[in-house]
Design a protein around this ligand. Structure first.
Ligand code: HEC
Ligand code: HEC
Ligand code: HEC
Ligand code: HEC
Ligand code: HEC
Length: 346
């Protein structure tokens, strides 16, 4: 039993090891070879059931990511959404887009594989497996495998390794990072924490150590995360929107995510306010780089007021993708846009 784990002598580690577990923010694959798959860990750990329903599991295979990747097929994306070298190797020869461009290279899918490795996305080993040892915030002394204590796993800095990174730019095939953040969830959380906001990434997204990582794809959670009040002010209705129980901007994460508060006038839905980030493409030397123009997401503790005409149907929609995704048709429209709340202005 357990022959798959090399029996390394347990080394006593006196000091907390420095925090560099190889995450490279998309610039390179994770330098971890021969990592066990999630089914191995799942033989003994029930965490596998929660993880299977998580977005970390479908980080590579989900349709919204795939639609984005088809438009921008870069190693940069692979290095974070399917970060192990063996996952990247598989994508290079098996990705539908790559196959369409290189029909001669049709490599057969690995035999007897219940799931392709890339389809396992961000699995146990991506976060837990380094050099034949399992990283854990604490050692219980009961594990039948080598364990390396990594208390920083309980720190938001661990999640920052992938949930905060800059926009890349490309020059002659070389990648470089720019000043504009592509995602900034950790910085948003740090501002919230500095203002006495309670909770960490782990306490909110892994309650009781659960590996469900609920977020923007849990509609009930989204509905519970925003409070909308509408009052009358003379001739106008006034909306007040605030986020509830969110330890960062709402929306955060992927650059395209946004909320839209709309009213229906003369049979047409019109957007009164878009909550999210807006970018523009600017030339910089021979490159085109993306720059942040404005950020209107809901910030914890900061309500936003929006005036509106009275007596009209309204709705608050959550958009997962870019406007281009919504017309491209690669993902059905009702998977890209969901209505969180609706009503009629007083
Ligand atoms: C995205 C990163 C990530 C992935 C993927 C992940 N884990 Fe974890 N895991 C963590 C973090 C972070 C903690 C510590 C949570 C805390 O401190 O609250 C943890 C805690 C644990 C613990 C409890 C350790 C303790 O001391 O209580 C076990 C067991 C575990 N994970 C197993 C697994 C298994 C099995 C899988 C795959 C099915 C998996 N994890 C996938 C990040 C991850
Ligand atoms: C350094 C890590 C990293 C890199 C590099 C990266 N992403 Fe992501 N991506 C993330 C994280 C973290 C999220 C989760 C945030 C969220 O859910 O909003 C995410 C979410 C997404 C989503 C939203 C998926 C959904 O479930 O709704 C899309 C689409 C996406 N990424 C596409 C891409 C593409 C295309 C590239 C390459 C051009 C890329 N990503 C590069 C980390 C990365
Ligand atoms: C043969 C069964 C078995 C397999 C396979 C296994 N574990 Fe464990 N693991 C245990 C047991 C037993 C413990 C002791 C704590 C407990 O009972 O949960 C443990 C503990 C842990 C801990 C907490 C550290 C500690 O000292 O208690 C983490 C994290 C963990 N395992 C992750 C993993 C990951 C990730 C994999 C796959 C790479 C894996 N385990 C594979 C049985 C197993
Ligand atoms: C190896 C990179 C990596 C690490 C480490 C990581 N994540 Fe993620 N996470 C991702 C990617 C990529 C996605 C987006 C998957 C998708 O939908 O395409 C994601 C998705 C999520 C989501 C779901 C977002 C949604 O919209 O549904 C949550 C919540 C989340 N991560 C929380 C965490 C927390 C908390 C930690 C730290 C304990 C963590 N992640 C560590 C890469 C990572
Ligand atoms: C106080 C609790 C809390 C804390 C702390 C927190 N989150 Fe969240 N997070 C939420 C809630 C609630 C949602 C759902 C609303 C939303 O989508 O923003 C969410 C959503 C997300 C999403 C989905 C993207 C989106 O906005 O649609 C990601 C990714 C995420 N969190 C990652 C993180 C990371 C990484 C950290 C730590 C740096 C963190 N969260 C800290 C509560 C929290």
């Amino acid at each position: 039993m357990r022959r798959w784990l090399p029996l390394l002598p347990l080394t006593l580690i006196a000091a907390v090891p420095s925090f560099d577990w190889g995450f490279r923010r998309g610039l390179e694959p994770l330098p971890v070879q021969g990592a066990p798959g999630p089914d191995r860990c799942g033989r003994c750990h029930a965490e596998v059931d929660d993880w299977k329903g998580s977005r970390h599991h479908s980080a590579w295979s989900n349709d919204i990511f795939q639609a984005g990747y088809i438009l921008e097929p870069q190693a940069f994306c692979v290095n974070c959404h399917a970060p192990l070298p063996e996952q990247g190797d598989e994508i290079e020869v098996n990705h539908p887009w790559y196959l369409a461009m290189h029909p001669e290279s049709k490599a057969p899918l690995p035999a007897k594989q219940p799931e392709r490795k890339a389809d396992q996305g961000i699995h146990c080993s991506v976060c837990h497996w380094r050099e034949g040892e399992v990283l854990a915030p604490k050692r219980s002394g009961k594990a039948p495998h080598p364990v390396r204590e990594a208390p920083e796993m309980s720190d938001p800095a661990f999640c920052k390794s992938c949930h905060e990174f800059p926009m890349p730019a490309f020059h002659g095939g070389e990648i470089r990072v720019t000043e504009t953040p592509m995602q900034s969830t950790w910085t948003e959380w740090a501002a919230y924490a500095a203002a006495n906001g309670k909770g960490t990434c782990q306490s909110c997204h892994m309650p009781d150590g659960k590996h469900t990582f609920k977020g923007g794809h849990d509609i009930d959670l989204l509905r519970a995360s925003v409070q909308v009040d509408v009052a009358v002010n003379g001739e106008e209705a006034v909306f007040t929107l605030r986020s509830v129980g969110v330890g960062h901007h709402f929306p955060t994460g992927d650059l395209f995510r946004n909320l839209q508060l709309q009213v229906k006038e003369n049979g047409e839905w019109m957007t009164l306010r878009r909550f999210g980030r807006e970018f523009e493409l600017t030339p910089e030397g021979t490159e085109i780089v993306k720059r942040l123009v404005q950020e209107t997401s809901l910030v914890p503790g900061v309500p936003q007021e929006v005036p509106a005409p009275r007596g009209l149907p309204w709705r608050l929609d959550y958009h997962y993708g870019a406007p281009l995704d919504e017309v491209a048709g690669l993902v059905p429209y009702d998977r890209l846009v969901v209505t969180l709340l609706e009503g009629t202005t007083p």
